[in-house]
Unconditional design. Sequence first.
Length: 140
Amino acid sequence: MNELKKGYYHKQVDASFATMKGFYAMFMPVLVPYKKLHDKLVRMNVGVDWSTGMIESAPGFGRGWIGVAVDKQVDVDLPRKDIKGEFVAFDHNGSYKGLAKTWKQIMSDYPNGKEFYSLYLNNPRETAEKDLRTTIIFRI
């Protein structure tokens, strides 16, 4: 295994996500259907697996996607993205407002990283801002 910089760790991921496309500028969500995705899954009676959470693939500019972890055996009327393998991970705790600083540090520490995702590990509708947990995963 590769030696990682301080604060980073290896994380195995094997999950399936029901997804919807979104639009991003400067890696920030502009038109991303968080509520629409949530509401559609509720109508289909599909629960979110918060042990894996929500995932987001946000490009610098253009189309990305948001996804919600669902049981691989559950049929959903949405595109699926299966993500599997070993990633490098870094945990961000607290407000999403601080994520830009965290991303900047990760990009500085691993400028050749690829296949970046944000995993949101608790429900922001039910969790105090200070208690939000996000894990950023990527491959090196």
